[in-house]
Design a protein around this ligand. Structure first.
Ligand code: FAD
Ligand code: NAD
Length: 504
């Protein structure tokens, strides 16, 4: 990910250089820093830059080129490929508008383009840029060899504070065994278009890549063990995406457990079905990359799933000199989460380095309940806050919900994109006053939903009442009109749209 707020420049005179001393027995050179960061993905880059910008010395340890999952194997290549796929998909569907296009997709060329964009993004994260920003990049795999030291190759780094930001890796179920397969780490290097791609997993990676490959001319079968796609989102969102993928020609097998995988690849499903393809893409989740980091030696505890256990300020629960951010610690694996956490952790550890840290000056706690996320299918699925079921679990049927179908939104009609919806979820108003109910969640399924969710995220974070949201003006004709209509419908029925009690 490029630096989200531009490149901070090193402030001359404020950055102290690390000093080297000699260990007495092994005569190993020990390099001392204020802060040592492990991992130069979004989390590590954000933390290291913030520390350097504050005039502290920082070593950033990374075995690969900086950038991490987002730049090399995640957001950047996938969103670039999806943009290409979207162009092809929309051109093919323009017939009813009087535009006939003969669309021929070249998947290897589309992947080559995605790889070029990665290189462009990397220009903001290269060792030269980092050096200018005051970050010492140390190339190699870091490992704690004690509570206060990290070894990288033959080097020993000591920090007054540490940040663990080593991310996560694709999790491959045991059933796949030794059968050759692709993951989000390898799929970008395909030299030829697969004849028939079998996608295992219907989370965001599976849905995005299934749609991209299908739109670029590949036959795709997607097998999802759960009953619906995108299980973290509102069920109706998964249903829209399922309908759209089927319409794109994807053979969807929902609620299907894979009980065997043979080379070929061939998937054996629990209902007796046998699905043969030419390539297998495994998208069944990710596991934190914390084994082999020597966290035991540092007294840093991890949970049963391997995530570093941190408090709500991202500080290790068991070693107060260590912070952990991003996929290696967070229950939400998103670039914006890694970046937010990096800044919060840097704020906390910088304060702890000052002579008299004041608790009042501590940066805010990291709040999971306000984090938006977007799945970049076409249409996009965007969510923030609570789902209807989560609101029901908290307040029962006193929580209320309004859904505006996109078929009632002029912008969606103009675009011929009426398949989605916008749902707003509100907590009960004080004394049952409907207008005073506060917005606690939003899901939007429409083109550009990822832009629209910023307004929902603001409403949730600011604990906005539905009445206040209803009094805003939405520009016409935007998909955002659905948000204002939904808010108004909590107060009084609005063009056939009504509020209803939340259901489990
Ligand atoms: C296909 C795909 C698409 C995605 N799309 C999106 C999206 O659209 N939007 C979004 O918000 N999120 C998306 N994500 C998730 C996002 O990429 C991650 O949440 C984010 O990159 C995590 O950042 P991180 O810094 O925690 O970890 P990473 O970026 O994984 O960085 C960890 C770094 O640590 C290094 N490392 C590992 N071990 C060591 C060690 N021992 N010593 C030193 N360094 C080490 C690794 O080499 C790596 O560079 C996507 C993920 C995938 C797989
Ligand atoms: N647009 C985005 O922001 C974006 C895009 C891609 C990934 N990501 C991040 O990366 C993380 C990992 O994504 P993911 O989609 O790999 O994982 P995921 O855990 O979100 O989804 C994996 C899916 O695979 C299914 N599954 C698990 N085992 C299976 C099996 N044996 N057979 C069939 N299905 C099986 C699960 O039911 C689940 O729905 C996400 O949680 C998300 O945070 C974000």
């Amino acid at each position: 990910m490029g630096h989200p707020y531009g490149c901070p420049t090193r402030r001359a005179g404020l950055v102290r250089h690390p000093y080297a001393s000699h260990g007495d027995r092994r005569r190993v050179t020990v390099e001392s820093y204020d802060v040592v960061v492990l991992g130069a993905g979004t989390g590590g880059l954000g933390a290291a830059r913030a520390v350097a910008a504050a005039g502290r010395t920082v070593a950033l340890v990374e075995p690969e080129r900086p950038g991490g999952d987002c730049t090399w194997t995640g957001c950047v290549p996938s969103k670039t490929l999806l943009e290409t796929a979207r162009a092809a998909r929309r051109a093919r569907r323009a017939g009813p508008r009087g535009v006939e296009a003969d669309v021929r997709a070249d998947l290897p060329a589309a992947l080559a383009h995605a790889r070029r964009v990665r290189e462009e993004v990397y220009e903001d994260e290269s060792p030269e840029v980092l050096a200018r920003q005051g970050v010492d990049l140390v190339t190699g795999r870091g490992r704690f060899t004690g509570p206060g030291q990290v070894e990288v190759g033959g080097r020993v780094l000591r920090g007054r504070r540490y940040v663990v930001a080593t991310g996560a890796r694709p999790r491959v179920p045991d059933v796949v065994g030794g059968v050759p397969h692709l993951t989000s780490e390898t799929v970008w290097d395909l030299a030829e278009a697969p004849g028939h791609l079998l996608v295992l997993g219907g989370g965001p990676v599976g849905c995005e890549l299934a749609q991209a490959f299908a739109a670029l001319g590949v036959r795709v079968t997607l097998v999802q063990s759960g009953p619906r796609l995108l299980p973290r989102d509102e069920p109706a969102a998964g249903e829209v995406v399922a309908a759209v993928l089927r319409d794109d020609g994807v053979d969807l097998r929902l609620g299907a457990r894979v009980v065997g995988v043979d080379p070929g690849p061939v998937l054996h499903l629990d209902d007796g079905a046998r699905v043969a393809g030419t390539h297998l893409l495994v998208c069944t989740g990710r596991s934190p990359e914390t084994a082999g980091l020597g966290l035991d030696a540092a007294g840093v505890a991890v949970g049963p799933d391997g995530r570093v256990l941190v408090d709500d300020r991202l500080r290790s629960r068991t070693n107060p000199h260590v912070w952990a951010v991003g996929d290696c610690a967070s229950p939400l694996a998103y670039t914006h989460v890694a970046d937010d956490q990096a800044r919060a952790a840097a704020g906390g550890l910088l304060l702890s380095l000052t002579r008299r840290p004041s608790r009042a000056a501590l940066p805010g706690r990291w709040r999971q309940d306000r984090v938006p996320w977007v799945t970049f299918t076409d249409p996009e699925v965007a969510h923030v806050g609570l789902t209807e079921a989560q609101a029901h679990a908290r307040w029962g049927a006193q929580a209320r919900v309004v859904t505006v179908p996109m078929s009632a939104v002029d912008r969606a009609r103009c675009a011929g994109r009426t398949e989605g919806f916008l749902t707003l979820v509100a907590a009960p108003g004080p004394l049952g006053v409907a207008a005073a109910a506060r917005v606690v969640g939003m899901t939007a399924v429409c083109p550009g939903a990822g832009e629209l969710v910023a307004a929902g995220a603001l409403a949730v974070a600011a604990r906005t009442t539905v009445a206040r949201l209803a009094l805003t003006t939405a520009a016409y004709p935007t998909y955002g009109v659905a948000l204002r209509v939904a808010a108004a419908a909590f107060v009084a029925p609005h063009g056939g749209v009504v509020a209803r009690p939340a259901a489990p």
